[in-house]
Structure formats: structure tokens, C-alpha cells
Design a protein around this ligand. Structure first.
Ligand SMILES: [Zn+2]
Length: 245
């Protein structure tokens, strides 16, 4: 369990590239979304390197891993913060949406659906403790009813795999490559990678980089076993935060 996510935002500002916003809430929002999106991309990586069967949308499976990891890795306050910030990013993107055909034909579920599923899984992981969160994030009662079961299904599916990934002499891990380690997004990922490598071993190395991609996004590239967190993604998170204020 990680102590607190807030400390992650205190990283030094680099001379080039993305600057973490000085505003603490804005920096937290960016940090939370980098973390949850990195866990999502890790879901794609695990599906690929472990050759997992995917019964349904791979994007939903990756979202489920992100929710499960957030619940297990972080303390209650930080996990709640990550969930609020990630849900808010979905809500902001949803409210901005103009290209409905694009959204309907996309491999991801709609941002509105990703919002409710995330809130449902977080609430469902501990319904007694998280009733207020569910109410505050306006999870409808009809959905909330089944969220404990939804979490159990996501948890049992992913945890069954994660539990078998003990690191050992014959396993590999995540490695940061081609990245300025002073970049604030890289700083967040270095902590995540160190922590994940202590807990999980992979059958092959998965590399991770922070670099410009020409769009605000993050990708897993199966041919290269490589996760790219685009620099534009953190910039876009900072932008939507400012625009929402
Ligand atoms: Zn994805």
C-alpha cells in the first residue's frame, strides 16, 4: 500500500517538456489520471504478454484492471482521489464530445459509461465505506445494487492472474526507456514501475516511455511490448482542468 499520492506532485520541474501545474489540485488531477491511465495500458500489456483470453471488450478489461489496481495499491484517501480525478476526466471529455459517430465506433466504451463503471467498481470494492462517494459521484441506485458483484467479477478475473505473477530470477519487469527522467510524468511512472516490479514478474520485459506522439493519448504497442504515455496527455489533463474551473 502506498503512503500518499500527494507527494508525487512535488517532483522538480524540468527545463523542457511538460511542466506540472503549480496549483496543487490541478497537479493532483494530472497525477491521478497519469496513474489510472498507466494502469489501463498495463492491462493491455498483460493481455498481450500473458496471452490472456478476452471475453468482451479489451478496453473494458483494461479499465477494470485500472480500477482493481487503484483499490489494492493505494490507501483509501489516495484511491478515492484517483477515482474522483479519473471520473472527472471522463465527465469533462464527455461534456466536450462533438464527434458522436467517432465515439460510438470507438473501441472504448463511451466516456459516460467509463465514468459510471469506474465509480461502480470503486464503490463495489467496499460498499459500506464508500456510500458517500457513490452518492457524491451520482451513481444511480439501480446500478449501485450490482456493483459489489461487478467488483468481485473484475477482481477475481484479474487477481487470479496477478497472484500468479510473483517476481523471481526468471521473470522480467517494466523498464523505462527513451525518457527524460526529470519529466514530471516520468517521475510518477518511475515510482509506479518500481513498485509494480517489486510485486509482479512478467514472462518478458515491457518497456515504457514518455514521449510526444502528436496526440493526447497513451498506447500499448504489442509488436514492441511497449507502453507510450504521450507527453501531450498530461498537457491535455492540465488543459481540461483549467477549462473546467
Ligand atoms: Zn486502452
Amino acid at each position: 500500500m502506498r503512503a500518499t499520492i500527494l507527494a508525487l506532485t512535488l517532483a522538480a520541474t524540468p527545463a523542457f517538456g511538460f511542466d506540472m501545474p503549480e496549483d496543487e489540485d490541478a497537479a493532483q488531477f494530472v497525477t491521478s489520471n497519469v496513474v489510472s491511465t498507466f494502469y489501463h495500458e498495463l492491462g493491455h500489456a498483460l493481455i498481450d504478454v500473458l496471452e490472456l483470453p478476452v471475453l468482451g471488450k479489451e478496453e473494458d478489461a483494461a479499465d477494470a484492471l485500472s480500477a482493481v489496481l487503484t483499490h489494492y495499491i493505494w490507501d483509501e484517501e489516495s484511491a478515492t482521489r484517483i477515482t474522483y480525478d479519473t471520473a472527472l476526466a471522463y465527465a469533462l471529455y464527455a461534456s466536450d464530445l462533438e464527434d458522436w459517430d467517432g465515439a460510438f465506433s470507438d473501441t472504448h466504451s463511451l466516456d459516460q459509461q467509463r465514468y459510471y463503471t469506474l465509480v461502480c467498481l470503486f464503490y463495489g470494492a467496499d460498499p459500506e465505506a464508500r456510500q458517500e462517494v457513490a452518492a457524491d459521484l451520482e451513481l444511480p441506485a439501480a446500478r449501485a445494487e450490482g456493483c459489489a458483484e461487478e467488483f468481485v467479477q473484475a477482481d477475481e478475473s484479474w487477481s487470479a492472474l496477478l497472484d500468479g505473477l510473483e517476481p523471481g530470477p526468471d521473470t522480467y519487469g517494466l523498464t523505462l526507456v527513451n525518457t527524460d527522467e526529470d519529466d514530471p510524468v516520468a517521475q510518477i511512472l518511475i515510482e509506479e514501475i518500481d513498485s509494480l516490479n517489486e510485486t509482479y514478474g512478467l514472462p518478458q520485459e515491457v518497456t515504457v516511455s514518455v514521449e510526444p506522439c502528436g496526440e493526447a493519448n497513451a498506447f500499448y504497442i504489442p509488436d514492441d511490448d511497449h507502453i507510450i504515455m504521450c507527453s501531450e496527455y498530461a498537457e491535455d489533463m492540465a488543459r481540461i482542468w483549467v477549462e473546467a474551473e
